[in-house]
Design a protein around this ligand. Structure first.
Ligand code: ARG
Length: 563
């Protein structure tokens, strides 16, 4: 809770011996109500100052003050604070109504640049659930970083290079049809790729052919290059449909191919630093001192690898952005790769290697199993999103047939449900995929939070609330109102924690808690009834609406006014 910060600040003024952070850490919530809202134990200070904690407590209690505290008293070795709930409440509501969606903003990031490697699907392959997770987690982290004063840079590190493109070209030349690819690029190219592998089992010469085509591509052969370009374009068109549905844009779509002419330098640097050794004809960086397998830099046939491109990308990003942090939002299964990447850069002597961070996440499961195929067919993500939107629309038609902006609202709720479901658990957990669960109005779901927000909006409209200066004063010290207030107070610190831990689930849990507090209030207080208190109550509702909207925005979700 944030009034903890107020107390810590008030204490800090009289305590040179402890840092603000350690004071903050020490503050507790008393177990008994009679001991106030917050307590500061003086044992630690007593050790430093070599006097009794009781003395310190009573001395501090005489000094510490804030207009938000009703009373400060020493009880034994503790300094106890009783908050002036009316004042605290009015202050925070006033603050939110003033700052609106900027409530909780900070300049902590000092404009530091943070490239975020996210989404990064592979050309000519389906956009997987893993890529969805990377996209939505990465986007939410970008929004959080921005709110905290950093400059996020969303990078779609497309998988658009590698030997598989040689194979695809062979398959396309042998069995492909242009029309079919144009109509259904991902499906069609995937089928060609699968066919290639089936045929290659009996005809190994195909593999040789594939290699030759990839070599042609690397050497800049026109036919190979134009095929590659075409596959890339068609695939991107498909991916863009998903990004559009999600409402996500990138600052850079430099994929792996972009680093083609930048890998020679990496290999040279590694050579100069005598880090390359030979292993079975391939060139590797030995990492045995870290108990890790070697990092493969160049294959025996001279071809570079995924890691080589990531090394080039890391160097490029460092030069281009001079980042304070460089994030990679990629599944758990690539943990080893990123460990190796970081170690190799460290060995190369780059101090900034410590700023690379693998933001890992778990899998999406269907009935407990990894979700990649359905009846042998790929689950196309766009279909999943469209299904969610249709289901949301269906639910709305039942509940609210007169709704005006049904299409928009259904899109917000359908897509939001998928996003929220993905983000509500800590990213390292696996997630079970279930459209029905996601779209429930009760429980910890996106629609629940969105619905609560819409309810608040409708109250504001019915009550014809116009935010007015100085009008905000909390009606009586009401428990239901107070539990909303304490949630509202904690929002800035919640944003801070979520940003520092790259953990959007902290925000998802927060909006659920706030929505629940609000719904309890709504069940017990007739907001519109008593005209003398109405505007004060509506001010509280307005604050909740604003913070819910902002919380949802940080998750990449929309908050429709009606649904
Ligand atoms: N394209 C890769 C995949 O689908 C993910 C790329 C992650 N980013 C990176 N810089 N390695 O597995």
């Amino acid at each position: 809770m944030n009034y903890k910060a107020q107390f810590a600040e008030a204490l800090q003024e009289h305590l040179a011996e402890l840092s603000y952070d350690s004071i903050y850490q020490l503050i507790e919530q008393p177990k008994q109500l009679s001991h106030g809202d917050l307590a500061f134990p003086c044992f630690e200070l007593a050790k430093i100052k070599r006097t009794s904690p009781m003395n310190i407590a009573s001395e501090l209690a005489g000094k510490v003050a804030s207009d938000l505290f009703e009373k400060v008293e020493a009880v034994g070795p503790y300094v106890n604070v009783f908050l002036d709930k009316r004042k605290v409440g009015s202050k925070v509501i006033h603050d939110i109504l003033q700052k609106k969606n900027h409530y909780g903003d900070s300049d902590r990031g000092k404009d530091g640049k943070v490239p975020i490697d996210m989404s990064s699907p592979n050309i000519a392959k389906p956009f997987s659930m893993g890529h969805l997770r990377s996209t939505v987690i990465g986007n939410s982290i970008a929004l959080l970083l921005k709110k905290s004063g950093y400059q996020p840079i969303r990078i779609n590190h497309l998988g658009d290079w590698g030997t598989q493109f040689g194979k695809l070209m062979v398959a396309y030349k042998k069995w492909g049809e242009e029309n079919k690819v144009r109509q259904n690029p991902i499906e069609e190219l995937l089928q060609l790729y699968i066919l290639f592998h089936e045929e290659a089992e009996t005809d190994p010469s195909l593999v040789e052919e594939g290699r030759a085509w990839f070599k042609r591509l690397e050497d800049g052969d026109t036919e190979a290059e134009s095929l590659w370009k075409w596959f890339r374009e068609e695939s991107l068109k498909e991916f863009n449909k998903i990004y559009e549905l999600l409402g996500i844009e990138f600052d850079s779509t430099h994929g792996e191919a972009f680093y083609n002419d930048k890998m020679e330098e990496v290999v040279k640097l590694l050579e100069e630093k005598s880090l390359l050794t030979e292993s079975e004809g391939a060139q590797v960086v030995d990492l045995s001192e870290h108990d890790l397998p070697p990092s493969l830099i160049r294959k025996s046939d001279g071809a570079t690898l995924y890691t080589t491109r990531d090394l080039a990308a890391a160097l490029y990003r460092n030069r281009t952005y001079d980042f304070v942090r460089s994030l990679y939002v990629v599944g758990n299964e690539q943990g080893l790769h990123f460990k190796q990447l970081k170690l190799v850069l460290e060995k190369m002597g780059y101090a900034w290697a410590k700023d690379l961070h693998h933001v890992s996440f778990g899998m999406i499961l269907k009935d407990g199993k990894k979700m990649s195929t359905r009846k042998g067919k790929v689950v196309l993500l766009e279909e999943v999103l469209r299904e969610a939107i249709d289901l949301a629309k269906f639910n709305m038609e039942e509940k609210n047939p007169g709704l005006v902006d049904k299409e928009e609202a259904a899109k917000a709720v359908g897509v939001g449900a998928v996003l929220f479901h993905d983000l509500k658990n800590h990213r390292n957990n696996d997630v079970e995929f279930s459209l029905e669960d996601m779209l429930r109005i009760e429980g910890e779901t996106g629609p629940y939070v969105q619905y609560t927000h819409a309810r608040g909006c409708s109250l504001l409209e019915k009550g014809n609330f116009q935010a007015q200066e100085g009008l905000i004063d909390l009606e009586e010290d009401h428990t239901y109102a107070w539990s909303i207030i304490s949630e509202l107070l904690s929002f800035p610190n919640t944003v801070k924690r979520a940003t520092e831990q790259f953990d959007p689930s902290i925000i998802a849990k927060y909006v659920v808690d706030l929505a629940q507090a609000f719904n309890r209030y709504y069940a017990h207080v007739r907001v519109l009834e008593d005209t003398s208190k109405r505007d004060h109550r509506l001010a509280l509702v307005q604050a909740v609406v604003l913070v819910l909207e902002e919380g949802l925005r940080l998750l990449g979700m929309k908050a429709p006014k009606q649904m």
